[in-house]
Design a protein around this ligand. Structure first.
Ligand code: GLU
Length: 494
């Protein structure tokens, strides 16, 4: 690597939302910048005015924020090399093209679409391996070209690929050396008839002016790269290091698309994936820390990411692995962090806790301890915690659970015995341990199976058979309401 300060960019086109493939490219650029003490630039490639929208730009910025990929230069933060939207840089592109034209490195071409089609057909006929532009207008004298332009003849501007350029070798950091024959490169268009510049031109003008040292992007752009190298050379700008990262495939080996499920970042956010887990998962699609570590927290990624651990093989998107990583992130949160980051916001969202009600910290932590192991996605919190926030009147009894665990002969006797046992637990001793100890002897005393007894009490207290541990839940609910629940359930039990 050169000793130049690393400058990288992520340059999405706002023609749609942020796709997981784009997000992974963004993550690699961000991590590469952070790991090298470099600069991460966000540039909006909105040169296609018919398909780019401000709304999509806003969605992309929001997704970048949610992913936690802070950019050092770009929209909303500014920087010394702006503006950072291509539509605002048209004058810059015009000047750059004019300079190349003045220097004889670009030239106007007046060929009509019909002429180009006829040339292509003729090349096919004679089985010419090169079927691109035949360079008809390369040698039109400057005076003649000027006169035709002044007479209003439409033209495009083409780059002049030097005759003697030879092979163009891309030293790709992922793919190794990739060789293209310069003779097969078109003198491609850099400005269209309507005065708009093309992708291969503007990208290089921007990357050169913004001092980009490493271009990390999807390998669908590898075939554009030799043309872009021609633009760097014409501009007299240093060619950056390229790193083309592999495609992301679905389980069927085809390019990841809607057919495989969610493909936009915001769909994952809305489904309740944690940003940290999602970034960790995407980072591993084509990069690895050491070939085996699966949990790579953001700070490790930002210090250890390197291009030599990026694979050139396509990566397969595996939703099961993503879910596993998500579960790991939730599992390893402390109860207090789980409460702060996930549980309390979800309880607010679900209206289970209100604005300023001051919950006792120990109570919140105790709740987190039983809710966390049952949470795969943040939205599970409200379901798991619902019995705790209910009252004897509002508790919802699950029909199936009642049928199986409560509305059966002999269940009334269980509830009566439970009530008597719990009555003996003093209000200031209402702890999970005391509750469990009070209920413990019941199966033997009633000569019933443990499962039957506890199922009946569980349904009575929690409304269902799958709630968190009984003693813990009842302690959180409080003594008075637990008793009232037993009384209500007694009217159902036989
Ligand atoms: N705007 C291009 C894209 O979204 C950027 C390609 C590049 O990184 O050069 O594919």
């Amino acid at each position: 690597m050169s000793d130049k300060q690393v400058r990288v960019r992520f340059a999405p086109s706002p023609t749609g939302k942020l796709h997981v493939g784009g997000a992974r490219t963004a993550i690699y650029n961000w991590a590469f910048a952070r790991a090298n003490g470099g600069t991460f630039i966000l540039r909006i490639d909105d040169t296609d005015p018919t398909r780019s929208t401000d709304e999509n730009t806003q969605i992309i910025l929001r997704a970048m924020r949610w992913l936690g990929l802070d950019w050092d230069e770009g929209p909303e933060v500014g920087g010394d090399f702006g503006p950072y939207s291509q539509t605002e840089r048209l004058d810059i592109y015009k000047k750059a093209a004019q300079k190349l034209w003045d220097e004889g490195r670009a030239y106007p071409c007046f060929c009509s679409a019909e002429r180009l089609a006829a040339d292509r057909a003729a090349a096919q006929e004679r089985k010419d391996p090169f079927q691109g532009y035949q360079r008809n207008c390369r040698n039109i004298p400057a005076d003649e070209a000027r006169a035709r332009i002044e007479a209003g003849e439409p033209y495009v501007l083409r780059i002049k690929v030097p005759e003697d350029r030879g092979d163009v070798i891309i030293h790709d950091a992922v793919h190794g050396d990739v060789t293209f024959n310069a003779r097969e490169l078109d003198d491609f268009v850099i400005f269209r008839t309507d005065g708009t510049p093309t992708y291969n031109f503007v990208t290089v003008v921007d990357d050169a002016m913004m001092g980009i040292t490493h271009v990390i992007r999807g390998d669908d752009h590898l075939s554009n790269t030799p043309r872009q190298v021609m633009v760097y050379e014409a501009l007299g700008a240093p060619v950056p290091t390229f790193a083309h990262i592999s495609m992301i495939l679905g389980a069927d080996g085809k390019k990841l698309s809607k057919r495989h499920g969610a493909t936009n970042v915001e769909e994952y956010r809305d489904a309740g994936y944690l940003s940290d887990a999602f970034v960790n998962y995407l980072a591993l699609l084509g990069w690895s820390l050491d070939g085996e570590t699966t949990i790579v927290p953001r700070d490790v990624l930002a210090s250890k990411f390197s291009l030599d651990h990026v694979s050139k093989n396509p990566a397969t998107f595996d939703p099961k692995k993503l879910d596993w990583i998500q579960a790991e992130y939730i599992r390893t949160l402390s109860d207090a962090d789980f409460a702060d980051q996930i549980m309390v916001p979800e309880l607010h969202e679900a209206g289970l806790i209100e604005g300023n009600v001051d919950y006792d910290e120990a109570w919140v932590d105790a709740l987190a301890a039983i809710v966390k192991p049952r949470t795969k996605f943040p939205a599970d919190v409200a379901t798991v915690a619902a019995p705790v926030f209910a009252t004897a009147e509002t508790l919802v009894y699950d029909e199936k659970s009642v049928e199986k665990g409560l509305a059966k002969e002999g269940m009334g006797a269980i509830l009566d015995a439970a009530r008597a046992a719990l009555d003996a637990v003093a209000a200031d001793d209402w702890t999970p341990e005391a509750i469990d100890a009070a209920l413990e002897p019941l199966p033997e005393a009633l000569d019933l199976k443990k499962r039957v007894v506890f199922q009946a009490v569980r349904v009575a207290e929690c409304g269902n058979m799958v709630s968190p541990p009984l003693g813990e839940t009842m302690a959180l609910v409080g003594r008075a309401d637990c008793m009232a629940r037993l009384d209500r359930a007694r009217t159902i039990a036989l």
